[in-house]
Design a protein around this ligand. Structure first.
Ligand SMILES: Cc1ncc(COP(=O)(O)O)c(C=O)c1O
Length: 478
């Protein structure tokens, strides 16, 4: 209803009111970001009580912005994995560059419909540019294409659906896809959502460096064919989540070629290291893939919500995803003019192109390259320093910016060592300057460090080492 006093409708703030809303938000964001260096890298206690205290119904009448910002910034934000912190070295970080927050504000305010070409040709073209940059980065040939997704999981899902569509008959239940025993669980989920029974996801054992074993892959394919099954896809990881291992990409590409399999690479963690010379050397062979997943919300440091799938043949994506109806506008015939809804499971969606395009245009790819090179240097620094600590074993050497390690003092075995390493992790995280996570490798618990936040610099890695050293002394003394 029209507010007689202000002359506005509540859903249509005046220009002054809109500016006030944005200013009020920015006034909270700036101190939050300014204090990140001194915030805890992870604040994990009391989550259940907090969630219950914040549970409430929808109000009939509105509340003032400041009161709501208090709830968000004073209550909802602080107790969390501090994924924006320079000390966040857990799982796979990214950080969340602020340029994208600005792009999101613009995208939401202008609210363009970017999934159909004719609805917003300009905005669509900016997204097409982004996809092309990613194709070039991977080394796919001219004419390749792809989509931006919500993240790596949905990108892997579309890859599995496309491979299934290209390589298998409509009755596809005999199809088998091959992954290493280190693959991210979202690939098994993708296969499940694509309709495959769990047994059709064939887990190829990895070698002592946690990379897919080519001999075992070949053996399993041969056995499955002999059993009347239909091998159709192999998924290589270019940087596993557990240890950062990179599967032998050329070897897998050769095998995929010989066996007529769809060759997919999950580069959600490692893919953007292609921007660096060291990463490019390690990831050689990725350019031979039929499809590749990249995750800008990891390796390009974007806030959560943007993944990518690039494919050698976008027509294959189209065959797997395109359906139309009478009320839709006509799709484009020229392959340069893209209707993203014909390549993806989604129709209406948020504007993902702008939030990649704006930061890259603002600071240039060189800034991302430098940041990724810095992460590689910091990782070398950390692993070298850890090697100097007594009783530390590097369980998985870094390929890129991720590695795993554990304490193995003499006299302790099996379960005792796992208990010790759990305690080491907990004590390292206790001061709150860094947050690390652990994993289980070959049945043994190990700590991992993944350096991938744009805010992590040498000073923070030095703090990480100080806290690891102090915690190691403490847990081995007790
Ligand atoms: C190697 C790898 N693949 C896939 C994923 C899933 O990506 P997302 O969380 O963006 O869905 C992750 C997430 O960490 C990952 O590390």
């Amino acid at each position: 209803m029209l507010n007689e006093e202000s002359g506005t409708y509540p859903l249509e703030p005046s220009s002054a009111e809109f500016r006030q809303l944005v200013d009020a938000a920015v006034n909270r964001i700036v101190p939050f970001v300014e204090s990140l260096a001194t915030q805890r890298a992870g604040c994990l206690e009391g989550g259940e009580a907090l969630a219950r205290s914040l549970s409430h119904g929808a109000p009939e009448k509105g509340t003032g912005m400041e009161e709501l910002l208090d709830i968000v910034f004073d209550q909802a934000v602080p107790l969390a994995f501090n994924t924006a912190s320079p000390g966040y070295l857990a799982f796979v970080p990214g950080g969340g560059i602020l340029h994208t927050a600005v792009a999101n504000l613009i995208a939401d305010a202008v609210n363009r419909y970017v999934t159909v070409f004719v609805a917003s040709p300009g905005m669509v073209q900016l997204e097409v540019n982004v996809v092309r940059w990613f194709c070039e980065l991977v080394g796919l040939p001219a004419g390749s294409g792809g989509i931006l997704t919500t993240g790596g999981s949905m990108a892997n899902f579309s890859a599995v659906v496309t491979a299934r569509h290209e390589k298998l008959p409509e009755d596809f239940l005999g199809g088998c896809l091959y992954v290493s025993d280190q693959v991210h669980h979202c690939v098994a989920k993708a296969a499940m959502l694509a309709g495959f029974p769990a047994a059709r996801v064939r887990r190829v054992p990895s070698d002592k460096h946690f990379r897919m074993r080519l001999d075992a892959l070949q053996e399993m394919i041969t056995e499955d064919r002999a059993a009347g099954l239909q091998p159709f896809m192999v998924v290589a990881s270019s940087g596993t989540t557990n240890t950062g291992a990179i599967d032998p990409l050329h070897g897998i590409a050769n095998l995929a070629e010989a066996e007529d399999l769809w060759f997919h690479v999950d580069g959600a963690y490692g893919g953007f290291f292609l921007l660096t010379e060291r990463g490019k050397a390690k990831l050689s062979g990725i350019e031979r893939a039929d499809s590749v997943v990249l995750d800008p919300h990891k390796g390009l440091f974007l806030p959560y919500g943007t993944g990518a799938l690039v494919v050698r043949d976008p027509a294959a994506l189209g065959r797997a995803h395109s359906v139309t109806s009478d009320y839709m506008p006509a799709y484009q015939a020229d392959p340069d003019l893209v209707d993203f809804c014909t390549l993806s499971p989604e129709l209406s969606r948020d504007n993902r192109g702008l939030r990649v395009w704006l930061p890259i245009q603002l600071v240039g790819l060189g800034a991302f390259r430098d940041a990724l090179n810095e992460k590689l240097d910091l990782t070398e620094f950390a692993v070298d320093a850890l090697r100097e600590l007594p009783d530390v074993r590097i369980v998985a050497e870094p390929e890129l910016s991720l590695f795993a390690f554990r304490l193995e003092p003499e006299g302790l075995t099996g379960e005792e060592l796992d208990v010790l390493n759990h305690a080491w992790l907990e004590e390292t995280n206790r001061p709150g300057r860094v947050m690390l996570t652990g994993t289980t490798l070959g049945g043994l618990f190990a700590l991992r460090i993944c350096v991938l936040s744009f805010r992590t610099h040498l000073d923070r890695m030095q703090m990480a080492l100080e806290d690891l050293r102090a915690a190691a002394l403490q847990v081995t003394a007790s």
